[in-house]
Design a protein around this ligand. Sequence first.
Ligand SMILES: Nc1nc2c(c(=O)[nH]1)N[C@H]1C(S)=C(S)[C@@H](COP(=O)(O)O)O[C@H]1N2
Ligand SMILES: [Mo]
Length: 491
Amino acid sequence: MRFLRAWIAAVVLSALGYLLFVLSGLDYPPLRLFGVLTQLLGIPKLFQLVHQIFGLGQGGKIFAFTGVSILWLGGLTLLGGLWRGQIAGLITFVLMLVFTPWYVALGYGVAFWLILDGVNALLAPRARRDGRDGGDQTSGELLVTGNVRAGRPNQTRRTTTALLAAGGAVVAGGGLAGLFRSGGAAAPAVASVTPGGRLPFGVTPVSQWYYVSKNLEPFDPKVDGTKWRLKVSGLVRTPQSLSLSDLKKFAPVRDERTLACISNPVGGPLLSNGIWEGFRLSELLKAAGVQPGARYLIWEAADGYTESLPLGRALEDDVLLVHSLNGEPLNVKHGFPLRVLIPGRYGMKQPRWITGIRLTEADEAGYWVKRGWSKTAEIELMSRIDEPAEISPQMKAGAAGFIRGIAFFGDKPVTKVEVTTDGGKTWTAARLVAPRTKYAWTPWELPFTPAAGTYQVAVRAHSGGTVQKDKEADALPEGATGYHHFIVNVS
Ligand SMILES: Nc1nc2c(c(=O)[nH]1)N[C@H]1C(S)=C(S)[C@@H](COP(=O)(O)O)O[C@H]1N2
Ligand SMILES: [Mo]
């Protein structure tokens, strides 16, 4: 029973803390713990294991967050079950110093002390001799020294305890369920509309755009556009603090570009192609004035994400800061109000929700680089078959059909795509569905009228003299390589 009461206190504390986090942005300790855990999951071998077991996207994070919830609630329950409020609070404070700022730890320590004593005072059975409450008796005395309110029937206490425990379970379960739901791949069926009303062929609607974040989606930063500033600092002549309307002074640029995640497996869904609007980073840097010693650019983002880029690359004309996708302002998920686009690099090099640009002499490893991922994250030549779909690889015998897909090589052109239907014995060039812009993926198609049977299909792309690597490599640390291949049944 005392552990049940401690658990109630832990849930109450967590719920109050979460409210504070939502209302005032105070640190939420389970999230900090989550950060520590993802740091551990960033250890390449562990990370790969989690990805293998839980798949891509939010799976690993949900696993981590469930782990955190168990650690956090379990830890508090243990402390509160073993000791009375003061001691439990003190230990909570000390332990939390490991992963949160001292004032948060202090606040939570004191709050846990008070809540625990309160819950115990309210719900603990009075010390009795009839032993019906089992081993709880002595601890009950210890826990509620001087706090027992006399004269309340134990039956009421037990009912109240049960109700509160059930309530706590609902809160905890509901919270987790919410995280699970928001983590799911199901996108809301809202069609993205460009000014013209329809998206060009090959452009991914925002509603179907891939999503990868170091944060669980509910904790992605929700930036207030009126308060937002982009700070340009470090080795610049004139430090800048720009509001959204200040950005209008830069010449507008519009470009169709593909964004790809480095953790996308061969044939995977973590890349999308859209029409972006924004302006050139070089213009902004010109306005700020680069000091002679500057060699690197460090990005800072509202969620604490950081990345870096050699200044020489940052000054090139094709690096953009964008505020709109497919004719609409960026939504929260995809980086409102401003995100970075760097051709030739995977998504991890291109922060969303940016708040700062700092020029430095020395490089600073970015969020995923610290966790074992590629420093440069240059995109591998890749190709994917979308039709027939790998999940239902069927075609009708004798019917005139197509094998279709996309190919992509970052800032380099795809010049040829070949398809095999006999496991690599023969390859046929597909038709490239041109024209696309320089940094957009290349859709391709091959007419295919098969006879009944099974076909081993695969695709490979070329860029000039470079052929796609057939060596199969996992995404970590440099991005996946190998041919997308599967068996198609024709009947
Ligand atoms: N601030 C911030 N920027 C970020 C990330 C992040 O977690 N935080 N994730 C990066 C990664 S790994 C990828 S693949 C892209 C994904 O962008 P999208 O979800 O809009 O497709 O954002 C990048 N930018
Ligand atoms: Mo990514």
